[in-house]
Design a protein around this ligand. Structure first.
Ligand code: SF4
Ligand code: SF4
Ligand SMILES: [Zn+2]
Length: 204
């Protein structure tokens, strides 16, 4: 349970232990952080009770329950955290959810401004103006492609399609680092693998 508590990770300062040139993988301040905990029951021990040797490395969420202590029970521990790769263990997987969809494309022509589509849209992205229905270029990204708007339009004025070559990615991080950094790091890994493949192909 302790090892699954996400820690805010400073990828600029620390290196994965197996790749640490300073200690050769033995463990040192360049590749590990100590977190201590001392608590006494009765009460619940939370992630916020961990004291980190590096103020920058803290639990991403302070309210993760660790254990319930009864009256008279004590808990004293030191945990050593080090960086690793998600492919090696789930405890290093910073991405908790990831999905994508094609970029929606909505066209509205010859609209008679009845407003039915705007009332039906579960995402509330169709604005109903006097001149007719409108969806802004920003809001169109929120469209779920459910096509309910098409179904309620008697005169087929609204059409919902998608761009086959453009995608909206949604990523959720566990808080170890931001979703943006998660996406950029993942792209770097893919880029590195592509370069490796190219260099192998160059040998033929
Ligand atoms: S397809 Fe669904 S989400 Fe998209 S605009 Fe129409 S009703 Fe709204
Ligand atoms: S349902 Fe059709 S006609 Fe009515 S506002 Fe929407 S697009 Fe226009
Ligand atoms: Zn080290």
């Amino acid at each position: 349970r302790l090892s699954l508590i996400p820690l805010v990770t400073d990828v600029e300062t620390y290196v994965p232990q197996a790749e640490c040139d300073v200690c050769g993988g033995e463990g040192c301040p360049a590749c590990e952080v100590s977190l201590t905990l001392s608590a006494e029951g009765p009460g619940t021990v939370y992630s916020r009770d961990l004291i980190s040797s590096d103020p920058k490395i803290q639990p991403a969420d302070p309210n993760i329950p660790i254990v319930e202590l009864k009256k008279g029970q004590k808990l004293v521990l030191e945990a050593i955290a080090h960086m690793g790769y998600g492919r090696d263990s789930v405890k290093w997987q910073a991405g908790v959810a990831c999905g994508y969809k094609n970029v929606p494309v909505i066209t509205i022509e010859n609209c008679d401004a009845c407003g039915h589509c705007a009332a039906e849209c579960p995402k509330g992205i169709i604005r109903f103006e006097e001149s007719g229905a409108k969806v802004s270029s920003e809001d169109v990204l929120k469209c779920s492609l459910c096509k309910l708007c098409e179904q309620v339009c008697d005169i087929h004025a609204i059409n919902v399609g998608f761009d086959e070559n453009a995608f909206v990615f949604t990523m959720e991080s566990d808080g170890s680092y931001t979703a943006k950094d998660l996406a950029l790091n993942a792209a770097d890994v893919i880029k590195g693998k592509a370069e490796e493949l190219l260099s192998i192909l160059d040998q033929f």
